[in-house]
Design a protein around this ligand. Sequence first.
Ligand code: MLT
Length: 203
Amino acid sequence: MTAGLNFIHQFIPGSSDRTLLVLHGTGGDENEFLPLGREMDPAAALLSPRGQVSENGHLRFFRRLAEGIFDLEDLKRRTDDLADFIGAAARHYGFDVSKLVAVGYSNGANIAASVLLQRPGILRTAIMLRAMAPFEPEPLPDLSGVRAWIAGGKQDVVIAPGETQRLADLLSSAGAEVTAQFFNGGHELTNFELVRAQRWLER
Ligand code: MLT
């Protein structure tokens, strides 16, 4: 096995030079969002790792102490692990990391945000659905050249819209080009926002 390729994952080759890094939410796995990824970009390759933390049998990308309260030590370590995995997967499968687009939902969106903030230079484009600021880096990284699309649910009780806005503000302050949109609905995704995300990606 290539060194660092140490997440169970799916890799589905595509017919364009883009790869979507698909990141599932709590309780999902590497198969959950492959159809969503394929719908978002029919030509892209798909790379979908499985979160390595089990919370009562529900898989996640990092530990939390309670809903919305993260184990920051664990988050830091798992963020490095995922960033290293991305590099190893790019070498192993031969894709161009600069063409990688993260598409994450909930816990998957939060680890994508954490990679952006902790390991700048790995992700240049990210779609984060139902995300919040995972931590507040001091000093802020330089995220100029990064494009981020963030979607919140106006009635989301798991990640309140204000938390999603905080992530958008943090990324903007770091220099990223951020589009944040809030949709009618709770924590569940809606087709409407997925179509919006897809349009943004095509710009
Ligand atoms: C998280 O833990 O990342 C967020 O609270 C969302 C969730 O996965 O439930």
